[in-house]
Design a protein around this ligand. Structure first.
Ligand code: PLP
Length: 415
């Protein structure tokens, strides 16, 4: 059951009516359900119960400290892609020994900080990065735990901006170069080979590419074993999709786990996963108020108080999010373009929505717990939204609404 459901015609987050949140904290705001986050984590964890595993939540999906802290309390590790995300994980009480560090552009400072924190593993994405990590670890008199992120060259069949496992992609080490690079890594004094890693893309709605990638990775694991290189873990990345609209049918967590466990049958290495969207997307909504209804010659616009700076996915990927009223209305629906106040024609949240609405009504943009707040910006000098965590009947402000003076506090006039 969704944590966001209607009761007597009023949309609730767990036991709290959303209009109460709007009245108390204003709009726009992101609202999360603690129960939904917890259930998603437990669902993923239980699906892999038969194989030793570690969930490393992909921080970039939603990096609010309260959410990281909640996952840390559930036992989660973290997949980070920057030094900033490492700092967040540490500030949220995450265990650095459960942190994997992905990304193609790790700077020397980021590598140093991660070594000093004592992370579980660097997911190395190039030969140059391997050399740099070895050198920095040497300077610090440490040994860096590493995996190579291999590019299995499988088509994830997702939006091109979030497909990462094709030959053409900037991510990972080419499949055919991986063994040679492992052999090089073995000769380096300040790195220790711990695992292998892949991540083929995001919002995958089919299990076949996951299974294909896992099988390609296992093939390399076998070659490495024959070479005498024994790994502690196999990291199969994230990418499991969620249902944004009715036509989309992502695999259940059970079907996903069954396909992967079949591909890794006979492997004793620990499995690592880096789910982001799966853990948070359905646990969050964006609450917004209609400022104006504007009837045009060709289209009718509902101008709301949230925009592409709050939720970038529609403008960036042409992504669909369901948009529903907070109070269910009886009167007849019309077709509306739901747009924000930002000065860009790409500033829309949803096109062609059938809704019965009035100025001042509250709307909810569903399934925005992942890549919503974390991709937000201050474009048009718009303060970023507040974030509220609901837990039963309790509401917790987990991020205060930004103020305008904060937005230019670091800017300086010329002398
Ligand atoms: C973005 C990303 C993830 C998470 O992807 P989801 O689709 O949110 O599960 C995992 N690993 C890496 C390396 C990523 O870049």
């Amino acid at each position: 059951m969704s944590a966001f459901a209607y009761r007597n015609g009023a949309l609730h987050a767990e036991d709290v009516p959303l209009r109460e949140i709007a009245a108390k904290y204003g709009t726009p705001c992101y609202i999360y359900s603690r129960a939904a986050l917890t259930d998603a984590y437990h669902g993923f964890d239980a699906a892999f119960a038969e194989h030793a595993h570690l969930i490393c939540y992909a921080v970039k999906a939603n990096s609010n400290l309260a959410i990281l802290n909640l996952f840390a309390r559930l036992g989660s590790g973290f997949d980070i892609v920057s030094g900033g995300e490492l700092a967040r994980v540490l500030a949220a009480g995450g265990d650095p020994r459960k942190v994997v560090f992905s990304g193609v552009g790790k700077t020397a400072t980021e590598i140093r900080d991660a070594l000093n924190a004592g992370i579980l593993c660097f997911n190395v994405e190039s030969a140059s990065e391997l050399v740099r990590i070895n050198q920095i670890a040497g300077e610090l008199n440490k040994v860096a735990p590493i995996s190579l992120r291999v590019n299995p060259d499988v088509d994830a069949k997702t939006h091109p901006y979030i497909a990462t496992g094709l030959k053409e992609s900037k991510f990972g080490v080419a499949y055919d170069d991986a063994l040679a690079l492992y052999r090089r890594a073995r000769e380096l004094k300040h790195v220790k080979i711990e695992g292998i890693d892949c991540h083929i893309g995001s919002q995958l709605t089919d299990v076949a590419p996951f299974a294909a990638a896992a099988e390609r990775v296992i093939e390399l694991v076998r070659h490495l074993r024959a070479d005498g290189v024994l790994l502690s873990h196999i990291d199969l990345g994230g990418g499991l999709g969620v249902q944004y609209q009715a036509e989309e049918n992502p695999p259940s967590i059970g079907a996903y786990a069954a396909a992967i466990l079949k591909s890794v049958a006979g492997c004793s290495e620990k499995l690592l996963f880096e789910p982001g969207r799966f853990l948070t997307a359905n646990a969050g909504v964006l609450l917004t108020r209609i400022e104006y209804l504007k009837r045009g010659e060709a289209r009718n616009f509902a101008v709301v108080d949230s925009a592409m700076n709050d939720l970038m996915r529609p403008a960036l990927y042409d992504a669909w999010h369901d948009i529903v009223p907070v109070l269910q209305a009886e009167n007849h629906a019309e077709t509306w373009e739901i747009v924000g106040p930002v000065c860009e024609s790409g500033d829309f949240l949803g096109y062609q929505r059938r809704l019965a609405i009035h100025e001042g009504d509250l709307l909810v943009i569903r399934c925005t717990g992942a890549y919503g707040m974390s991709m937000s910006s201050n474009y048009n000098t718009r303060p970023r939204a507040a974030e509220i965590m609901v837990d039963g009947t309790a509401m917790h402000v987990i991020r205060k609404r930004e103020t305008v003076p904060e937005l230019f506090a670091n800017e300086v006039l010329l002398p």
